[in-house]
Design a protein around this ligand. Structure first.
Ligand SMILES: CC(C)(COP(=O)(O)OP(=O)(O)OC[C@H]1O[C@@H](n2cnc3c(N)ncnc32)[C@H](O)[C@@H]1OP(=O)(O)O)[C@@H](O)C(=O)NCCC(=O)NCCS
Length: 161
């Protein structure tokens, strides 16, 4: 699995799984009806460093972004987002992307990473915890999950390196 910086031409290969994940409304706080143009502006924003995980056949299996979570005197705190094609989950792509993005965050001088809204029922919580993130707080019943009902949103944090 090659993890590299995304180029403009990668977007059409990210959009199908981006759409599937956001439309499912189980993990992200974006509008499930977000259209392609708005999605592209959100994910491929010039303020973000975007990465893709590409298998040997050239298929994009997942994508991630790295950006500053705050500005000014707090700009050393990073934020990141991760999506793996639902047809390709459970094979280590998410962990590989996360390890790469954490290394990139250190390389670019970030001193911590914060996830602002991790749905507490998301199995990804276990992945983030195994990588050293802790739950700082949980906003109760902030997220209306289509299967679990109102669930909390974790604010998760990891000091870097
Ligand atoms: C979260 C996500 C990026 C993980 O990607 P992935 O390629 O499936 O993750 P991996 O195969 O590397 O699994 C990593 C670990 O996470 C856990 N995990 C991830 N997804 C899981 C799932 N659906 N069910 C159970 N465990 C899961 C596993 O315990 C695994 O542990 P291991 O590395 O010790 O085996 C992917 O499932 C995804 O895109 N989900 C939808 C979007 C999302 O939730 N993004 C994160 C928002 S906070």
């Amino acid at each position: 699995m090659l993890i590299r910086e995304a180029v403009t031409d990668d977007w059409p290969r990210i959009w199908p799984f981006w759409h599937r994940i956001v439309a499912a409304a189980e993990t992200y706080t974006w509008d499930p009806d977000t259209d392609e143009q708005a999605a592209r502006a959100l994910w491929m924003s010039p303020a973000k460093r975007v990465y893709v995980a590409e298998d040997p056949a050239g298929t994009v299996a997942g994508s991630a972004y790295l950006t500053a979570n705050y500005g000014g005197p707090a700009a050393h705190v990073a934020n990141a987002g991760f999506m793996v094609d639902p047809a390709r989950t459970g094979r280590g792509v998410g962990r590989a992307l996360a390890e790469h993005v954490l290394a990139e965050a250190v390389r670019h001088g970030y001193r911590a990473m914060v996830f602002n809204a991790v749905v507490e029922t998301n199995p990804a919580v276990r992945l983030w915890t195994s990588l050293g993130f802790t739950v700082l707080a949980t906003v109760p019943e902030a997220f209306d999950h289509p299967r679990h009902g109102p669930v909390g949103l974790h604010v998760m944090h990891k000091s870097l390196p």
